[in-house]
Design a binder for this molecule. Structure first.
Ligand SMILES: [Ca+2]
Ligand SMILES: [Ca+2]
Length: 471
């Protein structure tokens, strides 16, 4: 009798465990490569992104989310670990660490786990396609992997990469139509794979990751996407020809091997570059739309959290530049959307969150939303309070660091930057959203500069900065 009772008790316990597991929400985790956050981007800008717009209107759109390192590999290491890049032991000395295995090992050494592994340890099935860490993720560390497809290039008849416009010494920045069918693009295949996962039954809650390669360069995309943006109708981003007159040498010389805006204007390429970037974004939006539609038509639609983020911003001619790497908002600021269908939008797209947040906040936010125990090693903070109340006072700084180059902080309406030679920049976004007027030499802002310098001093970010400076 006792034995039967125990068996029944065990059965009930098991059932309650299954029910509890079934109640855990699924997660769809979408990374987009080099997607900047042009103002109005998720709403009414010239870029055609109906799917990302719809997603933003279903949840919380963070208008001032910042990456912790404005280049792919280190930023992704931060997002996936929930830690500042230099806290992982990288970024201060040695080469820029871009290897997935090295990031994986570094996180283990800190006694932590990458975000999907943490979910796996708490009963989740993990699935991955595309670019997540710098390449993908170590395939043996996820339950199901599609791997990552190759970069899609326009190619000549011999299969060699065919450049159409830019013949600089390095880098992938080129733009124009690709002579490859859409369904052979790596991103297309990754989206189809994710759609397929959503059509299947899963016996556990899932953590489904898809990382898109576009709009990362080369900006090669099917002609039909370019045709959506007639050249003469393209609105150029804000540009000030003498913007560099008031910034330090270190700022002008932050890594860049790409054409300048002056070059693009002189050679009548700026609109073509914008057309290609926007075409690549629309192509990616179509791929994202497939996943959202598959979710909508699946039994998972009411119990699946979606997070969409980009690894860093991207200059498209603003501040005399193309590409990333800089300490300015155009490089550090990214689109971040989190949707929880169980609560819906707090106040929807009409009320985006203005607070400065960091991409390392994604990790603890997802744990919070899914009711998983806190990971104490993680350095970000849960954004759930902001999802519940977009107007909440949120007086936290957002830091970005670049090895041997700069440390920067966004705090309130101010952006403050310190370069390794001690030179500085200060901008007030309240009246200078383009960061054109450097206030660092203006005595009126002495107290603010001191405060911002103090924030960098206090933070772990500056530790990396200091050590690096001594080298
Ligand atoms: Ca990137
Ligand atoms: Ca300026």
């Amino acid at each position: 009798m006792r034995r039967i009772f125990l068996t029944i008790a065990g059965f009930l316990l098991l059932m309650s465990g299954i029910v509890m597991a079934a109640e855990k929400p699924n997660v769809i985790f979408i990374a987009v490569d080099d997607l900047n956050d042009w103002e109005g981007y998720m709403g009414n800008s010239q870029i055609i992104t109906p799917n990302m717009d719809a997603l933003a209107s279903q949840g919380t759109f963070f208008k001032s989310a910042h990456c912790q390192y404005a280049v792919c590999g280190p930023s992704r290491a931060s997002v996936m670990s929930g830690m500042y890049y230099h806290s992982l032991g990288f970024g201060v000395d040695g080469a820029l660490q871009q290897k997935d295995d090295a990031v994986y090992d570094a996180v283990k050494k800190k006694g932590s786990s990458l975000i999907y592994e943490y979910f796996a340890d708490h009963g989740y099935k993990t699935m991955a396609a595309g670019k997540l860490l710098h390449h993908h993720v170590p395939e043996e560390t996820v339950d199901v992997s599609h791997g990552r497809g190759p970069w899609d290039f326009n190619r000549d008849e011999n299969g060699n990469q065919k450049r159409m416009n830019w013949f600089g010494s390095k880098g992938l920045l080129d733009w124009g139509p690709i002579n490859k069918p859409e369904n052979e693009m790596s991103d297309y295949k990754a989206a189809e794979w994710a759609v397929d996962q959503l059509s299947q039954d899963h016996d556990k809650p899932f953590f489904l990751m898809t990382g898109f390669l576009r709009p990362h360069t080369p900006l090669h995309i099917q002609q039909k996407y370019l045709d959506m943006y007639p050249l003469d109708e393209i609105e150029l981003p804000p540009y000030k020809a003498d913007d560099y007159d008031d910034i330090p040498k270190a700022a002008r010389e932050t890594w860049n091997s790409y054409p300048t805006t002056s070059w693009a204007i002189e050679n009548k390429q700026w609109r073509k570059m914008l057309q290609a970037y926007m075409g690549c974004i629309t192509f990616t939006d179509v791929q994202i739309g497939k996943i959202l539609e598959a979710l909508e038509n699946s039994p998972y639609k009411d119990n699946t959290i979606i997070v969409l983020w980009s690894d860093h911003g991207f200059h498209m001619g603003e501040k005399e530049r193309f590409q990333k790497h800089t300490a300015w908002d155009r490089s550090t600021k990214v689109p971040l959307v989190i949707v929880d269908p169980r609560t819906g939008p707090t106040q929807g797209s009409t009320k985006p969150v203005d607070a400065n947040v960091e991409l390392i906040d994604i990790y603890p936010t997802l744990l919070d939303l899914c009711g998983l125990p806190e990971n104490k090693v993680v350095e970000g903070r849960s954004l759930v309070p902001l999802m519940e109340n977009p107007d909440l006072e949120w007086e936290y700084p957002a830091y970005t660091f670049r090895r041997e180059t700069y440390a920067t902080v966004k705090f309130g309406s101010y952006r403050f930057i310190e370069y390794f030679d001690g030179s500085m920049e200060l901008y007030n976004h309240a009246n200078d959203p383009n960061e054109w007027n450097n206030l660092a030499d203006n005595d009126k802002y002495k107290d603010i500069i001191e405060h911002m310098h103090g924030l960098l001093q206090e933070s772990d970010v500056i530790l990396g900065y200091k050590e690096s400076k001594q080298r």
